[in-house]
Ligand binder design. Sequence first.
Ligand code: PLP
Length: 414
Amino acid sequence: MNFEEFTFDSVSQAARKFGTPLYFYDMGVLGCNIDKLKQATKGFKIRYAVKTNPNPFLLNWLKDHIDSLDVSSSGELKHAIGNGWSSDKIEFTGPAKRDSDLVLALENNVGSVVIEDLSEAISLNDIAREKGVIARVLIRIAPSLAEENFGVRLAGRPTQFGIDQDRLSEVFAEVKKLKHVELAGFHIYSGSQCLNDESIADHFVSMWSVFQEAIQLWGEPINELVFGAGMGIPYHDGDTSLTLDSLPDVASKIIEDVKKISSDIECFIEVGRFLVGSAGLFVTEVVRVKKSRNSNFVICDGGMNNNLGACGHLGGISHRHYSMINLNSLGGEEETYRVVGPLCTAIDTLAHRVKLPKVSVGDLIVVGCSGSYGPTASPLFFIAHDLPKEVVFSRERESTGELKDVSWLKPSFS
Ligand SMILES: Cc1ncc(COP(=O)(O)O)c(C=O)c1O
């Protein structure tokens, strides 16, 4: 994780001005991530998964910088529309869409409903028939072959997400009978947190081959393909960021091949953490430093309650801590610390063993790669500590930059 991309003065200024715990989003870093992705995937449109970070300021800003959204609940759908996104730019995924969710999707004319099971297509067809409309759908395919080097893997194993690749022809035969469902294309999101450039490129190639098989089996025109990219971010010390250097050739070849089938097919790359994750920091202040049985404890005002992922509890349990620094002491002799949050549970641990220059009460511990799966993916209300602030930092060329409080989550205790 490269903390150098951030202006440390603005991080400490944000903490002083707005208080801690705090999320700090650097719009410059976010913009660079988008540019990097666009450069590597020319011809693809970008789709952002709202679950990654639904902060309203970010969602509004993204409207002018990317093409479309993926939502996975009625709540996210209403939130996206409420924040100015036009519903035809929104796809609705999720394995547990209830009839009420499908009704909402149709009433709002979403761009597409992503079908995760045949029974869902049948329910949607029934609802669409009652309403006298045609539902535009994508079929989510659960590929048979898993990728190498993906931290999160869904392919090649039993999954609640999508329709198994080896059942496609059987399912297609049934979908063809549904007169109120129009199949617009296919969707794959089958893995994530990959930090290997070659494997990301291989993943695109294998998604394209699954799509080609599906297009052939379906046998009728389609106009949308969604490639869930699975790009990872360097959460841990020693991780290196993706360069995306292996992607441009692969991406342009896919676009070329797609256009040979039909110039009406649009390709989307669906991402989350790669855009916002590395653009965000989590900042927490040290409340106590104490020793217990030869371990040095650093006790902070925010931990698992604000940043579940950084405590290793999102997508499995990991004891590798996210990269972190002590903003008040960037050099000097290091000691080994256990960095914990404020909760009354030992699993509220940001780092079991981390070497940091001497830590004192009042110091700011800054955790990297925290812009994704942060506040809304954490048990914010457990033990009713203050909610984290969310602050964006934007800097025009040559200027010192501007901090803006974009907090939006409401405390539930009063
Ligand atoms: C359907 C779908 N698309 C995209 C994403 C974003 O994933 P990532 O943050 O790994 O890019 C997710 C995350 O769970 C997802 O479920």
